[in-house]
Each structure stands twice: as structure tokens, then as C-alpha cells.
Design a protein around this ligand. Structure first.
Ligand code: BJW
Length: 235
């Protein structure tokens, strides 16, 4: 891989990296999630129209986290961060906690986290393990019906964008793993790197933005990612 020995690496992951842990990807069932259209459960308008449905949807996914484990791809990225002599920033679109549990620390959850709740009254972000209902009071301001999942829905601004774009501009290697390339701004990250940055896509199927990458590797994340990390660390 054309890359300085202690260069700066930015990694972007999507639902495909957690697929082999048993977490379903978004677009493998025609845009439906458990029978709901994404717009119903992943927009502020959907939440306003039916908060109970949206809370139930995220409660189920939060509960599912207790049944899944990080896989070899998550572990390999944590190892890369620990052993690479240069900077490694991992940006995930995933709201699960599998990268955290695998040991990644320089990690941005740009679309939020299932294990957090945010109060729309006092804006406090709380760690959250159990179910949220409309009757749940905010532990800080004690208002009811104001806690929502700490998730970035369509039309909302993803988190930590200035930090991400700064890292992309200085990257020597950008790798996108297990993401379909249809949701922006993440799908545009490959265009935000400098001209000398090497860009590589690792995915089961070609993404919508594959032509923007200099290199692509097709296959399962648990096979591609450990091999990719081994090759980088052997340089
Ligand atoms: C494997 C594998 C294996 C499978 N191994 N690989 C028109 C044009 C351009 C942009 C827009 C537009 N209209 C609106 C927009 C903006 C909008 C957008 O992008 N819409 C598009 C759908 C058109 N974006 C936004 O609104 C974002 N905010 C924004 O732009 O802010 C600026 C702004 C603010 C205010 C006003 C105006 C502008 C916010 C986006 C939030 C996305 N949120 C979600 C839901 C989170 C909650 C939840 O989890 O329920 O995030 S949507 C969903 O998609 C989720 C994911 O993070 C995201 C990306 O999906 P991902 O990860 O790529 O998964 P899949 O399923 O699509 O793909 C899986 C891939 O894995 C596939 O390629 C498989 O092949 C592969 N795979 N198994 C390796 N084993």
C-alpha cells in the first residue's frame, strides 16, 4: 500500500462491519427495518409523529447489544490503533458499541450511540442501558417525555464534523469498510482527502461511490479487515 511508515490513517466503518456479529445492516431488506421504513424511525418527523414506535424500535436494538459480540474485524481495527506508529482515527456510522468493546479508543460515533439518551429540554447526554418510554424522566432536569435516543436522524447534523474533516484533510490513508455509500456526508468523505492520500474500499458489494476509491477489495469484513491490518503493520 503506498503509505508513509508512520502516516495518518482515517477509517470509516458502516453496518457491514457488524453484520457478522449478528447486527442487521440497513439496506439488506429494501430500506425496511423490522417492517418499518427508515423515514418512520430515523427522522425527527417520525419521532414527533409516533414517539412510542420510535422508542420501541431503539429499545429493541439497545437490548440486542447485550446479545452480540465484536468480531475479528472490530478487533483488527483496535489492534491497528494500538500498534500503528502514526495517528489512527476511527469514524463509525454505527450506533452499536462493538468498536468500543473491541478496544478502539480514538473513535467518533458520527451517527450517535444506542447506549446514550439525550434530553431535549436540558440537552444533557446520559449513559442509557434500559428502555426509554415517554414516562421516563430526565435524571437531571426531571422532565418527562423529553428523553430521546442519542442518534443522528436524517436532516440532523452528524457529530464532530470539524474534527473528522480536519483528519481527512491530513490523511495519508483513508479506508471505508462495510458501508453502502448512500448516506451523506459520510459517503462524501472519500472526496474530502488530499490528492496524495491512498483510498481503499473494503466491502461485500461495491458501494455507490466505489469509483472514487483508488483501490477496492471485495469480501467479508472478518476476512478482509484482519488481512488489511496485518499488511499495514508488516510494512
Ligand atoms: C458487508 C458485510 C460483511 C454487508 N462484510 N461488508 C440528497 C442527496 C445527498 C444527500 C441528501 C439528499 N437528501 C438528503 C440528504 C442528506 C441525508 C442523506 O444522505 N440522505 C440520503 C439517503 C440521500 N443525510 C443526512 O440527513 C445526514 N445529515 C446531514 O446531511 O446533515 C447536514 C444537514 C443537516 C440539516 C439540514 C440539512 C443538512 C444525517 C444522516 C443520518 C443517518 N442516520 C442513519 C440512522 C441512524 C439511526 C439508526 O441506526 O437507526 O444512520 S441512516 C442509516 O444509514 C444509519 C447508518 O449509519 C447509515 C449508513 O448505512 P451503512 O452503514 O452504509 O449501512 P448499509 O446497510 O447501507 O450498507 C451496509 C454495507 O455493508 C453494504 O454495502 C453491504 O454490501 C456491506 N456488507 N455485510 C463487509 N459481512
Amino acid at each position: 500500500m503506498p503509505m508513509p511508515p508512520s502516516g495518518s490513517i482515517v477509517l470509516l466503518t458502516g453496518a457491514g462491519i457488524s453484520a457478522e456479529s449478528g447486527v442487521r445492516t440497513f439496506r439488506d431488506a429494501g430500506g425496511l427495518w423490522e417492517g418499518h421504513r427508515l423515514e418512520e424511525v430515523a427522522t425527527p418527523e417520525g419521532f414527533a409523529a409516533n414517539p412510542g414506535l420510535v422508542q420501541t424500535f431503539y429499545n429493541a436494538r439497545r437490548a440486542q447489544l447485550k446479545e452480540v459480540q465484536p468480531n475479528a474485524a472490530h478487533a483488527a481495527l483496535a489492534r491497528l490503533e494500538a500498534e500503528w506508529p502514526g495517528r489512527v482515527l476511527l469514524v463509525t456510522q454505527n450506533v452499536d458499541d462493538l468498536h468500543d468493546r473491541a478496544g478502539s479508543r480514538n473513535l467518533i460515533h458520527m451517527h450517535g450511540e444506542l447506549r446514550k439518551a439525550r434530553c431535549t429540554n436540558c440537552q444533557t447526554i446520559h449513559p442509557w442501558e434500559g428502555a426509554l418510554t415517554e414516562a421516563t424522566p430526565c435524571p437531571r432536569c426531571e422532565r418527562k417525555a423529553r428523553l430521546r435516543p442519542h442518534i443522528v436522524w436524517f436532516g440532523e447534523m452528524p457529530l464532530e464534523m470539524p474534527r473528522i474533516f480536519e483528519a481527512l484533510e491530513g490523511a495519508d490513508l483513508f479506508a471505508a469498510i462495510g458501508t453502502s455509500g448512500v448516506v451523506y456526508p459520510a459517503a462524501g468523505f472519500v472526496e474530502a482527502v488530499g490528492p496524495t492520500c491512498h483510498t481503499v474500499e473494503l466491502n461485500l458489494e461495491p458501494s455507490a461511490v466505489i469509483s472514487a476509491f483508488k483501490e477496492h477489495r471485495q469480501g467479508k469484513a472478518t476476512e478482509l479487515v484482519p488481512a488489511f491490518v496485518d499488511a499495514l503493520l508488516a510494512q
